[in-house]
Write a protein that binds this ligand. Sequence first.
Ligand SMILES: [Zn+2]
Length: 630
Amino acid sequence: MANSSTERSAAERRREEIEALLAADDRRDFAFAERGFIATREDPVIPRDSGGVASDLRGYDFLAGPPAETVNPSLWRQAQIITKHGLFQVMEGIYQVRGFDVSSVSFIDAGSGWIVVDPLTGVEQARAAFELATAHLGAKPVLAVIYSHSHTDHYGGVRGIVSPEDVAAGKVQVIAPEGFLKEAVSENIIAGPAMLRRARFQFGGTLPRGPEGEVTSGLGPGIPSGTPSLIAPTLDITRTGQTLTIGDITIEFQLTPETEAPAEMNFYLPAKRAVFMAENANLTMHNLLPARGSLVRNAKGWADYLTEAIRLFAGRSDVMFAAHGIPRFGQGELTAFLRSHRDAYKYLHDQTVRLMNNGLTPAEIAEEIRLPESLSKQWYNRGYYGTMSHNSKAVYQRYLGWYDANPANLWRLPVEEESARYVEAMGGAAAVLARGKEAAAAGDLRWAATLLNHLNFSGSGSAESREELARVYTRLGYEAEAGSWRNIYLNGAQELRAEAQPPRPAPFRPEVLGAATTAMILDVAAVRLNPEKAAGLACTLNIELTDTAQRVVISVANGVLVQEEDVVEADADATIRLTRPEFLMTLFGVVPAATLIASGGIGVEGTGGLYEAVAAAIEAPIGNFNVVVP
Ligand SMILES: [Zn+2]
């Protein structure tokens, strides 16, 4: 059982371990991060096209000195490495712009033009990176863009590099792993609003950047605020071993589905003896389940694909580069790195399952599991983004789900009801506040957070109890080695201190929904249907999208919206004729359906008023729901 003295000694042990590691640091990672530096941007500000700032490269200048008291020194070291910015030569003919964005863009010289790999998150950052490369390496056309995987920081800036017109005209190939577009659109769409809200914690987007605020995401610099874009791939990679020649460069691909992303791939350049590891090998242990939320990833599959990559590529490579972090130089170095990094994921998976099969529950496994020292002393296996703690819970979740099999946890009271009873059982609000302060003063921060959180959710919280918890979260954030955990705690503290906000609808994002299939759009509509508003509504509608010649049937009954594509219902109550943009805008309440029906923009044949009633029952989710307060 933990008490304040064992908690404190655990914190001391963690600190001593990090101090010993720092003392023994051979600074190889710093040398790799600086190797091949050519130049950086003269103007540190990358402006956003719509006004304001997309990236400010001065944001991390504070890291130049020794670690601040308010930042874990291991995270400080990590942040110094991953925020180095500029154009770097990885080797002859391979260049990267790093530090302009959370991810890095790579430029491969294919003789008559560039192959551009993973064009960052925002159009502005990507354009700035390409301008920097052009200024120092000379102007060349872009022959191809490669998206290594389906996350937005690997394709969002594409229009800063190439135009959709050039892609449509066949001047530029856009290459991606099989399933890329579906995954890119779908991963964040159904659960998008909740994920976006939770992402604010993981990335600390509203925290000031600095020693008392955001110190990177742990994976790369913080998420910048550039303009996102997407151009659909023109060529899918469908199997490992597939090769492609662009200009005078031949590429061998390795598909790695369901690793860091549902659709992802590594590749090898035989002529360069260089391997690109996408986001499968990083300068940190990655997330099996990010705090923002996602489908849980496959730790075993991840390790297995790293094993395959070592077998396929390591023996033929002198250089490894990737979409985040730093390159590694030398066959021995990169092979040892890939093996050790693979072992970290394999150990995490295998030992979580072993403990799980011995009856340990997620919190117990997270407390017990630690990498062996031979792995944990490697900086790149440490948890700056994912951690052994929350990743082991993800492994458990993938196999067994949220329930720990204890009947007491099968049907627990919701947090507010439970908290009210705890506070009452512990002698009331004043007693809990006093115990929370005592725990905080003794350095028993996790228990202090539990006590004060119960108090704040009990209905008896106060400005004082919120401030006490904010201080506890701040101390937990300052101690955290993971950039992600630091952001989570500091964002929690910030929200505890903020004024209560009225609920706001989640932003409508036509640029994302517009790229989705009609079936996906209707899936989103279905999860936004309010059954109270749809009570008594029972109808079947044929929808004819006049601009795309597509037909769908939607039925609403029992508070459920059901869709069928490419069919027509002979007994439908009505047929609705409209364009796809009109369908999107009316279904999600941007324009009232009644307005377009009255103006004749939308045609209705059959019973009137039904489409308006369906649209009226679909409501926007709350974009700013409470997290740290009831
Ligand atoms: Zn990424």
